[in-house]
Write a protein that binds this ligand. Structure first.
Ligand code: 5GP
Length: 218
């Protein structure tokens, strides 16, 4: 994984973060991701590829790269994914090249991926990955949110509820677990985590140089 060369005002270089947000669909993750991207200038979203059909309003290349199964398989064969997984009846994957380019350019990268993706990213990028899981206040509330979104049929909503229970069962493989009772509060919590993780000593790769020169001038 290439590392960030971005410096802070003191000249510390730091390693870029791979910031993962997971949750059952309907728990508010996309709203929080959108708010975080708007608030954080050095953060970019990883746009996944998927074999599922676009929902109304979804834009190819922005929400997802919508590809057919043949194309997806070719990308797997070319090692073009950092991670990929079967989710519902479809395949989803994180294209490798854009993420590597962003990290090399000193950016942090946000991922909206499931627990399988979070696990795979953690295996390949370990300490550079921060995994945040967002829970709905209750399963009933989750169903309400899926129904009011009105983009999916009852069958799909039932399948998503079953899938949600499975997704929630992986809560303990995350670094942080939050309950989204109130979207603004939850967003502020996610932002606090993001800021604190950026400041971790292990990510400030230029600290030794800074401290040496600081001691010289004392
Ligand atoms: P949706 O179809 O509702 O957009 O997404 C379904 C699920 O797939 C969500 O839990 C989302 O986080 C997950 N997902 C989206 N993109 C990826 C990806 O690139 N990799 C993995 N592993 N999961 C993804």
């Amino acid at each position: 994984m290439p590392h960030s060369s971005e410096s802070d005002p003191h000249g510390f270089k730091r390693r870029g973060l791979l910031f993962v947000l997971s949750s059952p669909s309907g728990a508010g993750k996309s709203t929080i991701a959108r708010k975080l991207l708007a608030a954080e200038a050095a953060l970019d979203m990883s746009v996944s590829a998927t074999t599922r059909a676009p929902r109304p309003g979804e834009v190819d290349g922005k929400d997802y790269h919508f590809v057919d199964l043949e194309r997806f398989r070719a990308m797997v064969a070319d090692n073009a994914f950092l991670e990929w997984a079967h989710v519902f009846d479809h395949r989803y994957g994180t294209p490798r090249a854009p993420v590597e380019a962003l990290l090399a350019a000193g950016r942090d990268v946000l991922f909206d991926i499931d627990w399988q993706g979070a696990q795979q990213l953690h295996q390949i990028a370990g300490g550079d990955v921060v995994r945040v899981f967002i829970l709905p206040p209750s399963m009933e509330e989750l169903r309400q949110r899926l129904v009011s979104r009105a983009t999916d049929s009852v069958e799909i909503i039932n399948a998503r509820m079953a899938r949600a229970a499975n997704e929630v069962s992986h809560w303990d493989s995350y670094d942080y677990v939050l309950v989204n009772d109130d979207v603004e509060t939850c967003f502020q919590q996610v932002r606090t985590i993001f800021h604190a993780e950026r400041l971790k000593r292990s990510r400030q790769t230029g600290l030794i140089g800074f401290i040496r020169s600081m001691m010289k001038t004392g």
